[in-house]
Design a protein around this ligand. Structure first.
Ligand SMILES: NC(=O)c1ccc[n+]([C@@H]2O[C@H](COP(=O)([O-])OP(=O)(O)OC[C@H]3O[C@@H](n4cnc5c(N)ncnc54)[C@H](OP(=O)(O)O)[C@@H]3O)[C@@H](O)[C@H]2O)c1
Length: 216
């Protein structure tokens, strides 16, 4: 299985590093191809770099580690190529402001996952995942004992199988939060997000199941 990671900033770098450490083949792309090439070189086999178009075309799974507004543009540009692929969306409903901070771009209660799902061609296999921890925790908590959890949300069985494999390879335990209607719980300010209801905590499977059982 080949996983394209589009975006090699804070999140994309942590995801790429964890997946390569777990033996997954990744192809990296970014706005500036030199950034993807530099990270692929640093990570070594089985990482490589390509243009966004080639990375998506060559992949079975596409992780969009970009800001939501960029993600919307990339879906529009590459809709045909995405058909038949598993699409992983770690985005939060946030944009960067002029002062280097972040602002919410969707009303409270609306998830970026629901927006992204609505933009994708029907033939894609969509899953919300890899966004429930900050990039630093994704890097530092991989393969700890007991394993830390990454929640995911999907209505698609094929996407669930693929993302469970990737979350496990990355050094975490996968826990399904529900269908796409549960995406709001695992995005920023959601009750299952590290910097939402979990107040900075990184949970194991037992703690995750207890939190999941508590209604938002
Ligand atoms: N950072 C976190 O802790 C964290 C945690 C959970 C979820 N997330 C979510 O992850 C996403 C990325 O966040 P981040 O902090 O990693 O952002 P970031 O550090 O600013 O990285 C953004 C990446 O997007 C790439 N990019 C921009 N325009 C592009 C385009 N047109 N085509 C391809 N790549 C493009 C950039 O390429 P260049 O490298 O060439 O500039 C960069 O690698 C956001 O949706 C965020 O909400 C982040």
């Amino acid at each position: 299985m080949t996983t394209a990671i589009i975006g090699v900033g804070k999140l994309g770098t942590s995801v790429a590093r964890d997946l390569v450490d777990g033996g997954e083949r990744v192809v990296l792309a970014a706005h500036d191809g030199a950034n993807a090439t530099a990270l692929a070189r640093e990570l070594g086999e089985p990482a490589s770099a390509a243009s966004v178009e080639k990375a998506i075309g060559d992949a079975d799974v596409v992780v969009f580690a970009v800001w939501l507004d960029t993600l919307k543009d990339l879906i529009t540009q590459h809709a045909d190529l995405l058909k038949g692929k598993v699409v992983v969306d770690p985005s939060n409903p946030l944009a960067q402001d002029a002062n280097g901070g972040v602002v919410r771009t969707l009303p409270e209660g609306q998830s970026s996952g629901s927006v992204v799902a609505g933009l994708l061609p029907a033939e894609t296999h969509f899953v919300k995942a890899f966004g429930t921890l900050g990039a630093e925790s994704l890097a530092s908590e991989a393969n700890r004992t007991p394993r830390a959890v990454l929640f995911y949300a999907t209505d698609d069985d094929r996407a669930a199988v693929a993302v469970e494999r990737l979350i496990s390879a990355a050094g975490f335990d996968p826990v399904k939060a529900g269908g796409i209607d549960a995406a709001v719980r695992i995005e920023t300010s959601g009750d299952l997000h590290q910097f939402g209801g979990l107040n900075g905590r990184v949970v194991d499977t037992r703690e995750a199941r207890a939190a999941l059982a508590t209604a938002a």
